[in-house]
Write a protein that binds this ligand. Structure first.
Ligand code: DSN
Length: 426
């Protein structure tokens, strides 16, 4: 067969795009060469429905080894008694938790999407909001932090069966203990989605929610720096509170409900090449170098947030405890939308994404905010000294978002500088 130049040209272009720009999307990162190699391996050829030792296909004895390594390393990384490494994404991991813990129409509580929550935590256009009764809690407008009083009041009023903590655009530590207390008071399951700060938690730079939550989900490709995928974990397994039993009449453990909610409940064959790449990433996350990397991610974010504040931008909550920050453009540029700002920055090869800010006056298509994060540029090798320089470049562009001469001058500086930070070994 002739080489598929249509697609391989696209891959070459994307590789060049990644190399020449400054990547500031808070949910993105660059994987190691070993992770990339495992993902592009022959393991993609194998069907392995089921779990190691209990598959529905022959010839799974080799992929079983990789999946068991992934499970063991993940347990060690977070101190988990139970893990499932098969979810294809974070949303799939969350869907499996919904399936294990709720019936269609049941009430649950999650952070409002427009306050930094995630689609799969109750958005009206997602399965979570379509099939279940979602109640949203908010941030506090003055502090930009989770309004725990609002969360508790809604929990007591609506008696949800599930309470979700975790966010897509929230830069502060969570009070997991406080949420667990109200969950216990009303008999709810407490789930934390750590998709964003997973790497910082693995490196012990943020509180580990496995000690407070019944169930923890995550993606593997953000701060954790693994392949695109999802995981489910429990610090400790427990009897399902609904008394569901096995055919032998024994009470089913939550681990059994979660495993069957992933397969066969919501997924078919697992992506064994991605699971092998997850195993590689978990192995990398167990090294001292990973802690050094995460420490730098956090330091870079703190310095970047301060640099924005020094330039007169409003950073929601006044700073960051993690890898990300949310900027409200309205204080400095009342007429500039997140949409126009994102486009201008992308034209200058600085990649970020528009984002709603809490109590936004604009729609999700326009927005008044931009979200920034440091995982990818830290992987690239940039240190805290360079954060004010990046903020300067961003500020130049946002002062003149429609001026081609400004954008091309910034782009040239970005491209010239990034050649000094090689990205791929091959
Ligand atoms: N919404 C994605 C993000 O944080 O960018 C995650 O699904």
């Amino acid at each position: 067969m002739t080489r598929d130049t249509a697609i391989f040209d696209v891959i070459r272009c994307e590789r060049e795009r990644q190399m020449k720009g400054i990547e500031l999307i808070a949910s993105e990162n660059f994987v190691s060469d070993q992770v990339l190699e495992a993902m592009g391996s022959v393991l993609t050829n194998k069907y392995a429905e089921g779990y190691p030792g209990h598959r529905y296909y022959g010839g799974c004895e080799v992929v079983d080894i990789a999946e068991n390594i992934a499970r063991d390393r993940l347990k060690q990384l977070y101190g988990a008694e139970y893990v499932n490494v098969q979810p294809h994404s974070g949303a799939q991991a969350n869907m499996a938790v919904f399936m294990a813990c709720l019936h269609a129409g049941d009430t649950f509580l999650g952070l409002n999407l427009s306050h930094g929550g995630h689609l799969s935590h109750g958005s009206a256009v997602n399965f979570s909001g379509l099939m279940f009764h979602a109640i949203g809690y908010d941030l506090d407008e003055a502090t930009g932090r989770v309004n725990y009083d609002d969360l508790e009041q809604k929990a007591r009023t609506h008696k949800p069966k599930l309470i979700i903590a975790g966010a897509s655009a929230y830069s502060r530590e969570w009070d997991y203990a406080r949420i667990r207390r109200v969950a216990d008071e009303i008999g709810a399951i407490f789930m934390v989605d750590i998709a964003h700060p997973a790497g910082l938690i693995a490196a012990s730079l943020l509180d580990n929610p496995l000690q407070y939550a019944h169930i923890v989900t995550s993606t593997t490709h953000k701060t954790l720096r693994g392949p695109r995928g999802g995981i489910i974990m429990m610090g400790k397994d427990f009897d399902n509170p609904w008394g569901k039993t096995t055919p032998k009449g024994e009470i089913k453990k939550m681990s059994a409900l979660l495993d069957s909610a992933v397969f066969p409940g919501t997924q078919g064959g697992p992506l064994e090449h991605v699971i092998a790449a997850k195993a590689v990433a978990f192995g990398e996350a167990l090294t001292p170098e990973f802690k050094t990397y995460q420490t730098q991610v956090k330091k870079n974010a703190a310095v970047m947030a301060q640099a924005f504040i020094d330039k007169g931008y409003k950073v929601i909550s006044g700073g960051t405890d993690n890898h990300s920050m949310l900027i409200d453009l309205r204080t400095k540029f009342p007429d500039l939308t997140g949409k126009v700002a994102e486009q201008a920055l992308v034209s200058a090869d600085i990649t970020t994404n528009k984002n709603m800010v809490p109590f936004d006056s604009r729609s999700a298509f326009q927005t008044s905010g931009l979200r920034f994060g440091t995982p990818a540029i830290t992987t690239r090798g940039l240190k805290e000294d360079q954060m004010p320089w990046i903020v300067d470049l961003i500020d130049h562009v946002l002062q003149a978002p429609l001026q081609d001469s400004v954008i091309s001058a910034v782009r040239e500086e970005v491209n010239r500088t990034m050649t000094q930070y090689p990205l791929f070994a091959w």
